[in-house]
Design a protein around this ligand. Structure first.
Ligand code: WTA
Length: 635
């Protein structure tokens, strides 16, 4: 180890170790002893962490596992996550600290101190309260990456309403399904958002989605892009009008919540059927994301944290909105595309705002890598001290580029493995840990990660198996909103008392985990989570499509891309224009991210005797791999 080059490859050339100078500045707990402590006394460990936050009333029990797998955390405790994100800070010097720095794609800028953010949140919370929203009501939020998305989420949480954020890249059917399933009373959207120099017309999509969603009484519209939009009298209200009325009082009490009261639902794609609403709570979720962000990114007061995820996905919820505020940090938010107007946009903003931590997805790294080193090299990136990765396995080549070109060899990369359902980092390094490019390293404190075979037996190190979690953790999914049976079946029915992640992985002799990928029918496209079943049902909703199958195949930049096989209805002939039509149809139904890379017209699809499409076989054939076990294949 040397102090001048913070990282040196170890003997095999694939292990990166932080320098002693870097370690001296890091404020990370002693991991070995903490790991043992958390292993021996899980509840004691989490109770200590929970005490770092403020509670209106302490809990009686850290973990209640009397009704497995419906685990409860901090039962009896009274809290509100917003109290810990804002209320407690505006009483201290921190009210003057920047909570949020924002840049729009056209280059406009806004920033909010903790005081200013709290004021906006209070005002908007007062508005929706005056409109009749109360504890437990659902609110759909469909917004671009503008400060109001954070304000809206926090305003809901403050008064105990349950937010359901729908990613602004989703289209009409996805939005409609989520509004319907959640029975939202109000929806919050914008006229549009900027993406790649174009306006994404969110309000138009909301209007279309609402034609069949009777539960929504009001739509609150933020003026962002300024073009004319239809405002339905009585139903639609401008945000800026509401915020200038006397009902927008800057004084608004934070609702006292039970630790187990729902904070939000977030729809995510599963193996079957339509996306399911993962439910997270005020208490345990708060403790989990607060502690993980603090430990893994060693957040310091002088940091400027940039999580590039959209708030519409879990990474945005946990580590863009709630986690940084719980830690009293300054966050950066950017509205638009990484390459607009040029591929140096991200690097320029890192320089301009002196951002210190960049947390992004491997697909973004690979995408920007394609433009070459000259773009980042034009900028002073010396403010960066840590990097992060999430959403899919990072290939060693991208890891090394990220490390060398963006981190200048000085910034450890925190490759964090987790899921919408886990709420928080589960397998992750710390900044002082030896890193191996492509490995998410080791389980977080108190996490019991195992790799098992089909019978639930732990496999020997080095062998691939199913990744399961055999102990509960506070930020875990509580249920699937409105469908508790599905929660049990999906995650807990394969092995008794073990949470099934849906990923395969192996562990090396040093105890480092290497995530291989999904073993179910979830496809990760550019880090976005989509389901084969969802894409197939969008396909068959096109009038020309009789049957369809969707699979993911490896893709150099996106990680995976969607390939589809379609049987046409009689009377329709295969053509390129029909392919385009079907692709656009999927764009309209789900969103542009779900548009398939290829559509192949076929006469039949491989099915099991019970009629299930054998996607595995399609995948093997497409990659020129052996068929595998086909004993269940229909004739
Ligand atoms: C994948 C995103 C490898 C994994 C936070 C998981 C990863 C799924 C990593 C969850 C990582 C996430 N390395 N794979 N560091 N992080 N994944 O719910 O397959 O959108 O099951 O949550 O992303 O996706 P989700």
């Amino acid at each position: 180890m040397s102090d001048t080059t913070p990282f040196e490859p170890m003997s095999n050339g694939e292990v990166y170790q932080p320098s002693s100078a870097f370690i001296a500045k890091a404020n990370v707990p002693d991991w070995e002893s903490k790991t043992i402590q958390a292993e021996q006394d899980l509840q004691g460990f989490w109770s200590e962490r929970a005490l770092e936050l403020e509670w209106y009333q302490p809990w009686n029990k850290v973990l209640d596992d009397s009704n497995k797998p419906f685990y409860k955390w901090f039962t009896g405790g009274k809290v509100n996550i917003v109290h810990n994100c804002l209320d407690r800070y505006v009483k201290t010097w921190r009210r003057n600290k920047l909570a949020l720095i924002w840049e729009g794609e056209p280059g406009d800028q806004r920033s909010f101190s903790y005081h200013a953010l709290n004021r906006e949140v209070c005002k908007f919370a007062s508005v929706i309260k005056a409109m009749g929203i109360t504890k437990g009501d659902r609110v759909t939020i469909y917004l671009p990456r503008i400060p109001e998305i954070i304000i809206a989420m926090l305003a809901c949480a403050k008064i105990g309403a349950i937010h359901s954020v729908v990613y602004g890249g989703f289209s009409v059917e996805s939005l409609h399904g989520r509004i319907l399933d959640s029975h939202s009373k109000i929806a919050i959207t914008a006229d549009g958002g900027w993406m790649n120099g174009k306006i994404v017309k969110l309000k138009d999509m909301m209007d279309e989605a609402l034609r069949r969603s009777p539960s929504v009484e009001h739509v609150i519209v933020i003026k962002r892009t300024g073009q004319d939009v239809m405002m339905e009298p009585e139903r639609d209200l401008w945000y800026h009008d509401l915020m200038s009325l006397p009902i927008a009082s800057p004084k608004c009490e934070t609702e006292v919540m039970d630790a187990e009261d729902p904070l939000y639902i977030l729809y995510t794609s599963g193996t079957t059927g339509k996306p399911k609403a993962v439910l997270h709570t005020h208490g345990g979720y708060m403790v989990g994301i607060y502690a993980t962000l603090k430990d893994v990114f060693d957040l310091k007061d002088e940091d400027r944290w940039w999580c590039t995820a959209d708030p519409g996905w879990v990474t945005g919820h946990s580590y863009l909105v709630y986690g940084p505020l719980l830690n009293g940090a300054t966050s950066f938010l950017y509205e638009g595309a990484p390459t607009f107007p040029y591929p140096n946009r991200w690097w320029l903003m890192i320089e301009k705002y002196a951002l210190t931590i960049l947390y992004t997805a491997p697909t973004a790294v690979r995408g920007l890598m394609r433009f070459g080193e000259a773009w980042p090299n034009r900028h002073d990136l010396s403010s960066l001290r840590l990097l992060g990765s999430v959403g899919e396995p990072i290939n060693p080549e991208a890891w090394k580029w990220y490390h060398r070109v963006i981190g200048k060899g000085n910034c450890p990369i925190m490759d964090t493995w987790w899921q919408t359902e886990t709420g928080m980092f589960i397998i992750t390094p710390t900044p002082v840990m030896a890193l191996k490019p492509g490995s998410a390293t080791r389980p977080y404190l108190g996490v019991a990660a195992e790799i098992v075979d089909a019978d639930g037996q732990v496999v020997p190190d080095g062998e691939e198996g199913f990744l399961v979690l055999s102990k509960p953790w506070p930020a875990m999914i509580r249920t699937i909103y409105g469908d508790p049976d599905r929660y049990v079946n999906q995650y807990w029915s394969t092995y008794p008392d073990k949470y099934m992640t849906g990923d395969s992985a192996r562990r090396d002799k040093d105890g480092y985990f290497w995530i291989i990928g999904r073993v179910d029918d979830v496809i990760k496209v550019s880090g976005y989570r989509l389901g084969s079943a969802e894409i197939e049902s969008a396909l068959v909703s096109h009038p020309a499509v009789a049957e369809a199958a969707a699979i993911g195949l490896p893709h150099e930049v996106k990680g995976n891309s969607i390939h589809t096989y379609v049987i046409l209805r009689t009377g329709f002939d295969p053509s390129d224009s029909l392919k385009d039509e079907i692709r656009n149809h999927i764009g309209h139904e789900i969103g542009p991210i779900a548009k398939p890379e290829s559509i192949t017209f076929v006469d039949n699809l491989p099915k099991t005797r019970s009629g299930k499409i054998m996607r595995r076989l399609l995948k093997a054939r497409a990659q020129g791999l052996p068929d595998g076990d086909i004993t269940t294949l229909e004739d």
